[in-house]
Design a protein around this ligand. Structure first.
Ligand code: NAD
Length: 290
């Protein structure tokens, strides 16, 4: 049986994932603000460092996987935008970068980051905000949105999920992840009926926006079903899943962006492809020699 870390394990999607893993006989190291094996506040560097060390201590040298589900939702005053960036972006990447060697020490570790379809369905997310996050500059990311007023937290929410998705896709294919057997992927739900969505539905300003958002299957997702996808992505079926962001959102993303797929391959990637082609095949045979 494996050892898994689940952030946000006390509620919603993270809780459903942790329960599923425990029911399957795995050891779960939950990380949350309360009701978890590791109590840590991921909104600042000290809390994140505590989470990193405490999880490594509890893991005892090996981690078979991680599900990163801690997160805060959009809404609230502009000052909250900084919190959204700290938890949803840095609360994922700081931890995973520190845990990478321990994940690599396991055999075929899998990581699932809970992103959101907000990354692909929110209009007018400034590129400079996403770039600032990817450059690890939370202050600049926050300043880039400050003048938007109350809308800033929703835009930061989308920016944090977009940045985490880009980080996943850039990082998963690097040799120190892919060659080390660690599979890093994302799961992008739409509206899922958890306490996070419930608080949006209880806020009159956010309720109308949530209710008006098109969901072709006409129902909210459930944390249990998202946990099914996440745990599937922790299994051997994900051996070839590398840098993918799986959208499970009742059709919202397809509704908005039916023809926006696939995007063109950027020309700047062509040089890397030609160099790899000249260097010859790199695909290793599997254990069956095929
Ligand atoms: P939730 O509020 O039920 O659970 C989130 C958990 O994260 C809570 O237990 C909370 O205590 C924890 N958390 C928040 N701030 C933290 C901090 N500073 N330090 C440590 N833990 C902290 O929400 P959920 O709906 O289960 O959300 C899980 C993830 O799914 C989030 O990343 C969210 O953005 C994403 N998501 C949710 C929905 C949805 O509609 N519910 C949709 C798309 C994506």
């Amino acid at each position: 049986m494996g050892i898994y870390v689940v952030t946000g394990s006390a509620s919603g999607i993270g809780h459903a994932v942790a329960e599923r893993l425990r029911a399957d006989g795995h050891k779960v190291i939950g990380v949350d603000l309360a009701d978890a094996e590791v109590i840590a506040d991921l909104s600042g560097p000290e809390g994140r460092q505590h989470a990193i060390s405490a999880v490594l201590g509890a893991a005892g040298g090996t981690l078979d996987g991680a599900v990163m589900a801690a997160g805060v939702g959009p809404g609230g005053p502009v000052s909250r935008a900084r919190l959204v960036a700290e938890v949803n972006f840095f609360g994922v990447i700081d931890l995973l970068e520190a845990w990478r060697p321990t994940l690599a020490a396991g055999r075929g570790a899998k990581v699932v980051v809970i992103s959101s379809n907000s990354a692909t369905t929110t209009p007018l997310v400034p590129g400079r905000t996403v770039r600032a996050l990817l450059k690890r500059d939370a202050g600049r990311a926050f300043r880039s949105l400050r003048l938007l007023g109350p809308g800033a937290t929703s835009i930061m929410y989308a920016a944090s999920k977009l940045a985490v998705g880009r980080w996943i896709r850039r990082t998963a294919v690097r040799a120190d992840w892919a060659d080390e057997g660690v599979r890093l992927n994302g799961l992008a739900p739409g509206a899922v009926l958890t306490p996070l969505l419930q608080s949006q539905l209880e806020d009159p300003k956010q309720r109308a926006a949530v209710r008006a958002f098109p969901i072709p299957v006409r129902e909210f997702g459930s944390p249990d079903k998202i946990a099914d996808w996440a745990t599937f992505m922790l299994g051997d079926a994900a051996n070839s899943l590398c840098g993918s962001i799986l959208t499970v959102d009742g059709g919202t993303d397809a509704f908005f962006r039916a023809d926006d797929w696939p995007a063109k391959v950027p020309l700047r990637q062509l040089g890397g492809y030609l160099r790899a082609f000249r260097a010859g095949p790199k695909v290793r045979r599997n254990s069956k020699g095929t």
